[in-house]
Write a protein that binds this ligand. Structure first.
Ligand SMILES: Cc1cc2nc3c(=O)[nH]c(=O)nc-3n(C[C@H](O)[C@H](O)[C@H](O)COP(=O)(O)O)c2cc1C
Length: 305
C-alpha cells in the first residue's frame, strides 16, 4: 500500500484514473509495440482494478482479503502501513512487517507500530531504493533496537545469508531466488532470459509501475530512456498504461516472437547473475541454510586461528 498514490476524486475510481493518462503516452506504447511487430491479443485481462486497489480506498478491501486467511505476518511496502492495518493486526496477534530502504523510513515505521523491519537494499528485485544491503542492514539494526530486522536484497545463497546475520539481521527475506525455483509461475521466455543474464543486467526503472523497480534490462527500457520518449507516469497510472503491452509481450515472447523476446523482462534483482538452473524451492532453502551454517563454522575456525 504505497504512501503516495495518484488518487482520483471521481466516484468511479478506475475511469477517473484512466482519464489522467495522456493520449501521448498511449500513442508511445502503441508505436513501440508496432515497431517490434508485437501481435495484438484477442483477449486482454483487465487488471485496472488490481492496479487501482493499492490506494487508501482499496487498501481496506485488500486487508479484508488478507484477514480471511489464517495469517501469521503481514508485510507492507512503499510507505508506512495505514493505522487500520496495525490496529487490526495487533488485535489478531498478527506480526506487522515493513520493507524499508532508508534510515528515515525505519524511524517512521517504528513510530507507526511496526513489529519487524525488512532492510531491503538496492540489489533487490522489484521496488527498491538506492542504498546497498551491506550499508543499510547495520544502519536499520541500530535503529530497530530490540525489534528484529530481516535483511533483503542480494541474498540468494548461504554465504550471503551468513553475511546478513553478521550485519546483525535476525534472518533473511528473499525474493529473486524464488524466480529460479521450479514452483515459480513466470513464463519460460522470462526464465530463459534470467538464466542467461549476468549480475549487471538489471536496472531500476519507473517504466513498469511508475516507481523505481529493479528488473531485467531489455529493449523495453532502452525505448523508454531514448530521447523523445515521454516521462513515466506516477503509480498506478503507469501500470494501467502498460498492462496490455506486457500481456502482449509475454504471450508473443512465449511463442518465440523475435521482437517480443527483445522487449521481454520481469522484476528481478542483481542475484539473477547467480542463477544456474531451475531447482525446487525446498532444495534451494535447505542448501542455503546448510551453506550458511558451514560458512559461519568456517569463520569461527578462522577467528580461532
Ligand atoms: C518478482 C518480484 C516481485 C516482488 N513483489 C513484491 C511485492 O509485491 N511487494 C513487496 O513488498 N515486495 C515485493 N518484492 C520484493 C521482495 O519482497 C524482496 O524484498 C526482494 O525480492 C528481496 O531482494 P532479492 O530480490 O535480491 O531477493 C518482489 C520481488 C520480486 C523479485
Amino acid at each position: 500500500m504505497p504512501g503516495k498514490f495518484a488518487g482520483s476524486d471521481s466516484d468511479d475510481l478506475i475511469a477517473g484514473l484512466r482519464a489522467q493518462i495522456p493520449a501521448e503516452h498511449f500513442a508511445f506504447v502503441d508505436d513501440l509495440l508496432a515497431r517490434y511487430d508485437v501481435p495484438v491479443l484477442e483477449h486482454v485481462e483487465d487488471r485496472d482494478e488490481i492496479a487501482a486497489a493499492i490506494n487508501p480506498r482499496g487498501a481496506m478491501a485488500l486487508l479484508e482479503v488478507a484477514f480471511q486467511h489464517r495469517i501469521a505476518l503481514i508485510a507492507n511496502a512503499l510507505g508506512t502501513p495505514p493505522p487500520e492495518l496495525v490496529t487490526r493486526s495487533k488485535a489478531a496477534g498478527v506480526v506487522v512487517a515493513s520493507l524499508v530502504g532508508q534510515a528515515k523510513h525505519a524511524h517512521r515505521q517504528l513510530e507507526a507500530g511496526v513489529d519487524l523491519l525488512i532492510a531491503q537494499g538496492t540489489e533487490a528485485g522489484g521496488h527498491t531504493g538506492s542504498i546497498a544491503t551491506m550499508v543499510l542492514t547495520p544502519e536499520i539494526v541500530d535503529i530497530a533496537g530490540a525489534r528484529p530486522v530481516l535483511a533483503a536484497g542480494g541474498i540468494a545463497d548461504g554465504r550471503q545469508m551468513a553475511a546478513a546475520l553478521a550485519l546483525g539481521a535476525a534472518g533473511v527475506w528473499c525474493g529473486s531466488v524464488w524466480l529460479s525455483s521450479a514452483e515459480d509461475v513466470a513464463v519460460q521466455a522470462v526464465k530463459s532470459k534470467f538464466l542467461a543474464a549476468g549480475s549487471g543486467d538489471t536496472l531500476r526503472s519507473r517504466s513498469r509501475t511508475g516507481k523505481p523497480a529493479r528488473q531485467l534490462r531489455t529493449a523495453w527500457h532502452d525505448e523508454w530512456e531514448a530521447a523523445g520518449s515521454p516521462a513515466t507516469l506516477p503509480m498506478p497510472l503507469q501500470s494501467m498504461l502498460v498492462n496490455e503491452a506486457w500481456q502482449r509481450i509475454d504471450a508473443a515472447a512465449q511463442a518465440g516472437h523475435e521482437g517480443a523476446l527483445e522487449l521481454e523482462s520481469f522484476f528481478v534483482g542483481q542475484v539473477v547473475g547467480s542463477f544456474e538452473g531451475i531447482r525446487p524451492a525446498g532444495e534451494i532453502t535447505r542448501q542455503m541454510a546448510a551453506d550458511c551454517a558451514r560458512t559461519i563454522a568456517g569463520l569461527a575456525e578462522k577467528a580461532r586461528a
